[in-house]
Design a protein around this ligand. Structure first.
Ligand code: SD4
Length: 324
């Protein structure tokens, strides 16, 4: 997405950490300062309203002392299996030719990463991404190679285009119109286990009716997902091109390293995206969520309407984020 670069004017506002901020950034950080929440461990947070059942499933695993990667996979499976979630797994939006192609990534507490992109006919790409991380010397497998890898590890090929998604696709082929407000359901799930170790995962069918071959941000480490067990983790949903060009999740974690809270770090990363958008009237949607080593968590979005689920020992609910 080619955007005109705007000059970022540094003002004299300097935080105690010595970091200079633009006036607008500093003002909005102050405006959201109180919005972080804090939780005991274990905890899971996850994008959109399907993040509520996903975090519940993950939390149940974590509270039973199970492996955090099992918890992340299990949480994300709830969305990948649900045909009503139109941007993930089975029932996800196909590309322009009617093929459902899936992207996913996972990172563990040691900073190991695995991802798959442009994966067809395999329902649980998050599990394939985990196997890439655990069983190969690589980080990312794509397309036919990723599918053959999955089949060789016992995954079954299945049709992922649900009747409802097919009907929507046929309507789109005729009308060429899409409601962009509904074109983002990607699941990103971040968790901290009872020992305070952090991991995360992301899974999506990507942008609806994308050009065949298009890969989004979800399998790109640093873009839609980043975990640094010393600092925290972040993940992204929304228009992947914007997220990729700003390497948003890595940026959020680096901002938390500088001392910003999760909400503040997400807001800074959203501001970074916003600056690059030429058409401010039609800025689309990106949602970021983050969690830090202390169990503080939050999110921020480019446009109205982003929310995320949280599960810990005292609650399992949906939280709205602030937006630009
Ligand atoms: C992508 N970030 O492929 C994904 C889209 C998304 O819910 O969030 N869909 O660009």
């Amino acid at each position: 997405m080619k955007q005109t670069r705007r000059k970022f004017i540094k003002s004299g506002i300097v935080l105690s950490s010595g970091i200079a901020l633009s006036n607008s950034t500093a003002a909005s950080i102050l405006s959201t300062k109180a919005k972080d929440q804090k939780s005991s461990f274990p905890i899971a947070i996850s994008t959109w309203s399907h993040g509520v059942p996903a975090t519940k499933a993950a939390y149940d695993y974590l509270s039973n002392g199970k492996n955090i990667l099992d918890a992340i996979e299990t949480g994300i499976h709830t969305a990948e299996s649900n045909p009503e979630i139109m941007s993930v797994g089975y029932g996800g939006f196909p590309d322009a030719e009617g093929n459902v192609t899936l992207d996913a990534s996972i990172m563990d507490k040691n900073g190991n990463a695995g991802s798959v992109a442009y994966l067809k006919n395999i329902k649980h790409p998050i599990s394939v991404a985990r196997l890439v991380m655990e069983k190969t010397d690589h980080v990312m497998l794509v397309g036919e190679g990723a599918k053959q890898f999955a089949l060789s590890h016992g995954f079954k090929e299945e049709n992922l285009l649900s009747d409802a998604a097919k009907a929507d696709w046929l309507r789109w082929k005729h009308e060429q119109e899409i409601d962009s407000s509904e074109n983002h359901d990607t699941i990103g799930l971040l968790a901290i286990d009872k020992d305070g170790n952090i991991s995360g995962g992301v899974s999506t069918s990507g942008a609806a009716y994308k050009l065949p071959g298009r890969v989004g941000d979800s399998p790109i480490i640093g873009a839609a997902l980043y975990v640094d067990n010393e600092i925290g983790a972040a993940c992204a949903t929304g228009l992947g091109e914007l997220v990729m060009e700003s390497v948003s999740s890595f940026l959020v974690v680096e901002k938390m390293r500088e001392g910003y809270s999760p909400t503040e770090a997400c807001e800074i990363a959203i501001q970074r995206i916003y600056k690059r958008i030429e058409n401010k009237e039609n800025k689309n949607q990106v949602g970021l969520i983050a969690i830090n080593k202390n169990g503080e968590y939050g999110g921020f979005s480019l446009s109205k309407g982003f929310d995320f689920g949280i599960a810990n020992s005292s609650e399992n609910r949906l939280l709205k984020t602030d937006h630009l």
